[in-house]
Write a new protein. Structure first.
Ligand code: AHR
Length: 492
């Protein structure tokens, strides 16, 4: 049995909606085929962007979209991606499958996509193989409304007014694909590049420095010591996989032991944020610099028969649980974690949507994003949870994870139950609020391997859930094995 106490009259930090952010790289079929099909495509589109995908993504209220990479960002030269499409150069996408990149999706198309989605643009600039001038001119091209060669060029390319560009990343994984730099060297490069990322025409840029690879605490320490005063955010990348980088495990075929192993690895996110935050606290006790988890999610072996460089993988109930656990971790650290961007939106890694020609299917992970929407910009509520654990080898795993938030007179309680062998009962006490009603939704399937396909798109989909019983300030909930529930509690 699990007991949960929610303190509805004690406000925790606000859960920044940007924690529910997305990431789209020029990788595999994320941009091309995923979002972009071109204006002449037989797939119904608006200005080249497919209507079905944009329509489905809009239902998630996507707050922010990071682009163009990833590793691609540090090889991307933005001037290749503007002007008449037939005149744009084709280049080699060295990182991802060695395919030809025709640059048909560039800066204008990205801002159009963000406008259609209602998402804030987050551009990641090129430090690894780009120049300071190139980065400076990109920001000027996008945001300046005075007279300048960049303004003139943007206008010649069809965009009169500047765009609003808040989030700008100064490089990506510069410890690896972004230049194989040492932290001391990158800290200096960061300081130099960011100097020229200007706030133009009233556009205030939120500057994000490349942060550590997983548990590289030295990187965080050096960056914070040498450059904290010049940044608004420091990124963190951590992927959950089921083995090692050589064999990351199969997306849909896995044993209970492998499933448990992945749950444990997911919990590492909590430790990483705690320890990186502790270092950040030493240099920035007021938490001015945000931790931006701008790449996270599951990473499995690619689906059989697909290009290994395209990172196309299926997505099961296990992925949904990993997503829910991560969100609960981000909420717990909401004071420091101000943005997170799952990798990646369409057809790549832990995607929201998979496409096959004109067909598309929503993944179990999509449904978690949709069910958790009520947490966007809500005030987190402190809670105490104690309860069941289940064993995997000599390890113990907590069966239930929970998070609660308050917005517009309603409490959203999200519950993730990871034990796939039995149901869980949760006795919940709501302190400091009178609850007049409860409604619920449940994501559940007959096994953790369950997933959606183009022929069976609703194998894992949310359903109405009536197994939450309210009695005064007590709420009793029974969850099936391996399930995710959201309960909306109305305050009287
Ligand atoms: O998301 C796939 C890749 O993972 C990104 O390009 C890179 O930043 C990370 O290593």
């Amino acid at each position: 049995m699990n007991t949960l106490i929610i303190n509805a009259d004690q406000a925790g930090p606000v859960i920044n909606k940007n924690i529910y952010g997305h990431f789209a790289e020029h990788l595999g079929r994320c941009i091309y085929e995923g979002f972009w099909v071109g204006e002449d495509s037989s797939i119904v589109n608006t200005k080249g962007l497919r209507n079905d995908v944009v329509g489905a993504m809009k239902k998630l209220n996507p707050p922010v979209l990071r682009w163009p990479g990833g590793c691609f960002a540090d090889e991307y030269h933005w001037k290749d991606g503007i002007g008449p499409r037939e005149g744009r150069p084709s280049i080699l996408n060295t990182h991802w499958g060695g395919v030809v990149e025709n640059n048909h999706f560039g800066t204008h198309e990205f801002f159009e996509l963000c406008e259609q989605l209602g998402a804030e643009p987050y551009i990641c600039g090129n430090v690894g193989s780009g120049s300071v001038q190139e980065m400076q001119e990109w920001v000027e091209y996008c945001t300046f409304d005075g007279e300048s060669p960049m303004t003139k060029w943007r206008q010649e390319n069809g965009r009169e007014a500047p765009w609003k560009l808040k989030y700008f990343g100064v490089g990506n994984e510069n410890w690896g694909c972004g230049g194989t730099m040492r932290p001391e060297y990158y800290a200096d490069e960061y300081r130099r590049f960011q100097t020229y990322v200007r706030h133009l025409s009233g556009n205030k840029v939120f500057k994000i420095a490349c942060g550590p690879n997983v548990a590289d605490y030295k990187w965080t320490d050096v960056l914070m010591e040498r450059a904290a005063g010049h940044m608004n955010g420091l990124s963190l990348h951590y992927y959950t996989h089921g083995g090692d980088w050589g064999d990351k495990g199969n997306a849909t075929e896995f044993s209970d032991t492998q499933y448990h192993h992945v749950l444990q690895r997911t919990q590492l996110m909590d430790e990483l944020i705690t320890r990186h935050s502790a270092i950040m606290d030493r240099y920035d006790p007021k938490k001015r610099v945000a931790l931006i988890v701008d790449e996270w999610g599951t990473w499995w072996n690619v689906e059989a028969g697909t290009n290994p460089g395209f990172l196309y993988q299926q997505n099961t109930m296990r992925d949904a649980l990993v997503a829910a656990l991560n969100f609960h971790i981000f909420h717990k650290h909401a004071e420091r974690v101000q943005m997170a961007n799952i990798a990646q939106t369409i057809n790549v890694l832990q995607a929201m949507i998979l496409t096959d020609g004109a067909r598309m299917t929503l993944t179990p992970t999509y449904h978690v994003f949709e069910m958790f929407k009520g947490h966007h910009d809500a005030t987190s509520l402190p809670l105490h949870l104690s309860g069941d654990e289940f064993s995997s080898g000599d390890q113990k795993i907590a069966a239930v994870s929970a998070s609660a938030s308050l917005k517009d007179g309603k409490i959203l309680l999200s519950l993730a139950h990871t034990d796939n062998s039995r149901e869980a009962t949760i006795e919940c006490e709501l302190r400091g609020a009178n609850i007049s009603g409860v409604s619920g939704r449940l994501l559940h399937a007959d096994k953790t391997q369950a997933h959606n396909t183009f022929d069976a798109p609703n194998t894992v989909a949310p359903q109405e859930f009536n197994e939450a019983k309210l009695n005064g300030s007590k709420l009793s909930v029974t969850l099936p094995a391996a399930s995710i529930a959201t309960l909306e509690l109305t305050i009287a």
